[in-house]
Design a protein around this ligand. Sequence first.
Ligand SMILES: NC(=O)c1ccc[n+]([C@@H]2O[C@H](COP(=O)([O-])OP(=O)(O)OC[C@H]3O[C@@H](n4cnc5c(N)ncnc54)[C@H](OP(=O)(O)O)[C@@H]3O)[C@@H](O)[C@H]2O)c1
Length: 245
Amino acid sequence: MKVAIVGGTGKTGRAVGAALAQAGVDAHPLGRAAFDDLDTAFAGVDAVHLIAPNLHPDEPGYVGQVLAAMGVAGVRRLSYHSVASPYAPSMPHHLGKAVSEDLIRRSGLAWTILQPCAYVQNLLPALAQALERGELAVPYSVGTPFGLVDLDDVGEATAVVLTEPGHVGATYELGGPALVSVADVAAAAGVRARRTEPEDGTHPWLLAMFAYYDEHGLPTGSVPLTSLLGRPPTSVEDVLAREHG
Ligand SMILES: NC(=O)c1ccc[n+]([C@@H]2O[C@H](COP(=O)([O-])OP(=O)(O)OC[C@H]3O[C@@H](n4cnc5c(N)ncnc54)[C@H](OP(=O)(O)O)[C@@H]3O)[C@@H](O)[C@H]2O)c1
């Protein structure tokens, strides 16, 4: 099976590509240059896994380009990397994914939509600093709940939906095994947690996301990911042990 991973050269795409290769798939990561001629990039592929770059100003437009090129190339199978709680109108980049999901559901293609929570891996750079300073600082509440998920688990789940039957027409939220706060993550790493102010010049959509996280976190269920993996998702503690030894 040959799968084109659109956005495959980024952080998420590399994890998905590794998991697909592990599953015996012929995985082809595509970066932005592929958009010069997507029809050719999709020639001969069996499926497309679609990842948008972070904070793309027009994600529905980006997704629409991919859907059109799939039509030209005659590719029918699509999985889309969305986000947990996409219909959150106060977060523009989530809303872009909600609109994109709708385009995909009305595309006539054989689609699967994955809605991952924030990755545990997002906190690793701040945690590396925290291990020196004794304090994990983030620009939102350290007490609100998240279903933080291991990016490697997300990659593995993507490989499952593309290589095993029964996932066409499905939308799966992908959360880690338990709801955790940043304070819980800090405690697991043996450091304190503190809310800090966003840096000057932070992208306005990230400021909107921090405001949402401040109030609500991003709680995300674990049942679909447990089912896809056939085991409990990897815990924060296990990700930290794997990354930091
Ligand atoms: N981080 C999280 O916790 C999380 C959770 C859920 C969902 N997500 C979603 O996951 C997605 C991927 O995140 P990521 O951090 O992996 O992204 P990323 O590292 O920014 O991905 C960049 C990818 O997009 C390509 N790209 C960049 N600009 C482009 C453009 N203008 N046109 C076409 N392709 C372009 C890059 O190609 P080049 O290599 O050629 O530049 C690369 O393949 C985002 O949509 C994000 O919202 C993230």
